[in-house]
Design a protein around this ligand. Structure first.
Ligand code: CAA
Length: 283
């Protein structure tokens, strides 16, 4: 399958990052969100990231201009009729995602692949909202997208081999490394990462050590680039709780029970870096 034009739905942190790496790989990229101000914010982030690369002489101004020219702002989902692949990076909410996929399925030509950047929602269920489940697949990028090498590619129950192969090939053209996984709660990345973060929160909750100590142990002792509580703040505590709940419900095993302290912080609106306060305070 020949993919030349991609639509990214959602211009937030993940969507903007995905649009950036696709534009840098030479694809024509329609960056879509509900409102112009959201699209503008995403484009501003991309501009800032690329400008930093120019300042560091890793890119020329001309290359940056070319990449920016590959981006087409959009607030109309029907622009998807002109693309070969849609990568959805909207909010982590099954109702919203199925609504988007259903709508896309009705408007885009038959050859179009519909991918979701979901971090834990079942691809098979998203695919079931469409009449093309064989063309629906998970493409889970890691945050920050321009830096992280991995794309976890999730096969839904009905995903066709040809579709998997196309997405694997595209991932390589983005200068990322694809890893194939099957569709089970949390896939591989969050099934392993989130219980570690949750356990770090339990460790804090039970008074075993301070937040700084917990992070230092994991950074210096295990060579993690960030401690688990810092990483939780970076990901967003609401997202961490949502994924733990998905694991808890999906497996029905109490080992995935979200820590009460995580629930408390989310209820308080302390969602991490994005709200200025989580386990740490951000200026
Ligand atoms: N966007 C673009 N580039 C960024 C960035 C961002 N948000 N944040 C950092 N960078 C770049 C910096 O510009 C810098 O680039 P250069 O080397 O070209 O100058 C590089 O990353 C390193 O940044 P810093 O020197 O500022 O800081 P650092 O060495 O601590 O690295 C980090 C920052 C890459 C974020 C590193 O701390 C890290 O790898 N942290 C762990 C990230 C991680 O685990 N991500 C996965 C989260 S889970 C997920 O995404 C999936 C999910 O479903 C929840």
């Amino acid at each position: 399958m020949n993919v030349k034009k991609i639509m990214v739905i959602g211009a937030g942190q993940m969507g903007a990052g995905i649009a950036q790496v696709c534009a840098q790989a030479g694809y024509s990229v329609v960056l879509n969100d509900l409102k112009q101000e959201f699209v503008d914010r995403g484009l501003a982030v991309i501009n800032k990231n690329l400008s930093r690369q120019v300042e560091k002489a890793r890119l020329t101004q001309q290359q940056m201009d070319e990449f920016i020219n590959n981006l087409i702002p959009s607030t109309n989902i029907t622009d998807a009729t002109e693309v070969d692949l849609v990568i959805e990076a909207a909010v982590e909410n099954m109702e919203i995602k199925t609504k988007i996929f259903k709508q896309l399925d009705e408007i885009v030509p038959d050859h179009v692949i519909l991918a979701s950047n979901t971090s834990s929602l079942p691809i098979t269920e998203i695919a079931a909202a469409t009449n093309r489940p064989e063309k629906v697949i998970g493409m889970h990028f890691m945050n920050p997208v321009p830096v992280m090498k991995l794309v976890e590619i999730i096969r839904g129950l009905a995903t066709a081999d040809e579709v998997y192969q196309t997405i694997e090939d595209i991932t390589k053209t983005l200068n990322k490394i694809p890893v194939e996984v099957n569709d089970f709660p949390g896939f591989v990345s969050n099934r392993i990462l989130m219980p570690m973060i949750n356990e770090a929160i339990f460790t804090l909750y039970e008074g075993v050590a301070t937040k700084e100590a917990i992070d230092e142990v994991m950074k210096l002792g295990m060579n993690h680039p960030m401690g688990p509580l810092t990483l939780a703040d970076f990901i967003g505590l609401d997202t961490c709780l949502y994924i733990m709940e998905t694991l808890h419900e999906g497996f029905g095993d109490d080992k995935y029970r979200p820590c009460p302290l995580l629930r408390k912080y989310v209820k308080a609106g302390w969602l991490g870096k994005k709200t200025g306060r989580g386990f740490y305070v951000y200026e």
